[in-house]
Design a protein. Sequence first.
Length: 218
Amino acid sequence: MSEYKISWWEPTDRKRQWLRRYTSSDQHKCSGTGSYCNAMFELGEADILYTKDGYITGDRDDRKPPEDDPRWPKSCEACGRLFGDNDPHQLFGKQIYICQATGQRSTLDKAPVGACWDAWWISERRKEGPTGSGYMIGPDYRSLVVKCPGNHDWHIDNRASNCTMPDEREHFCWVRHGRPEDGTLHVDKNGNTCAAGAGSIAITGFHGFLHHGVLRDC
Ligand SMILES: [Zn+2]
Ligand SMILES: [Zn+2]
């Protein structure tokens, strides 16, 4: 049996940044991945830029190196095919999060199992109004995500795929109690809920419960 203690992660105003080349998949199918050709060169960290309203902006072109900069990848990481002049040169960034308890920093795709964060890009405009799985908004107006084994992001406040009340938006397929910040986060079916499951998360390779701040397989 494996156990993962829930840890609380908050966004920083820093990001990791890459020089990215890719070929859009309607133009070419990568022979290595079956998806699109892609390659990234890591630049390191940078400040996140915000609009005057406080939203994260897309990257400004004046921070992007010129296209003849030798650090731009020349060929696909999966199949080795050379990029063409018309393939995009993209300054690609991912926000860095910090674990409040340990000081560990990570982007969300690399966060450890048990990491929990608020998907603020879902919840930021919903500080009032309806809550429920049909809105992806929890009872505290947050939209909490927990990292599960297999790098699966469990959106607790989202609708379960086997929801038995798909036309009803205000119930919670998973009912959460407590808080991720203090180790009391707990998910069950005790509340306004549907008949789907028993409050567990079932994904490929993992089936478990989140009880009393611990994610545990069953
Ligand atoms: Zn490729
Ligand atoms: Zn449901």
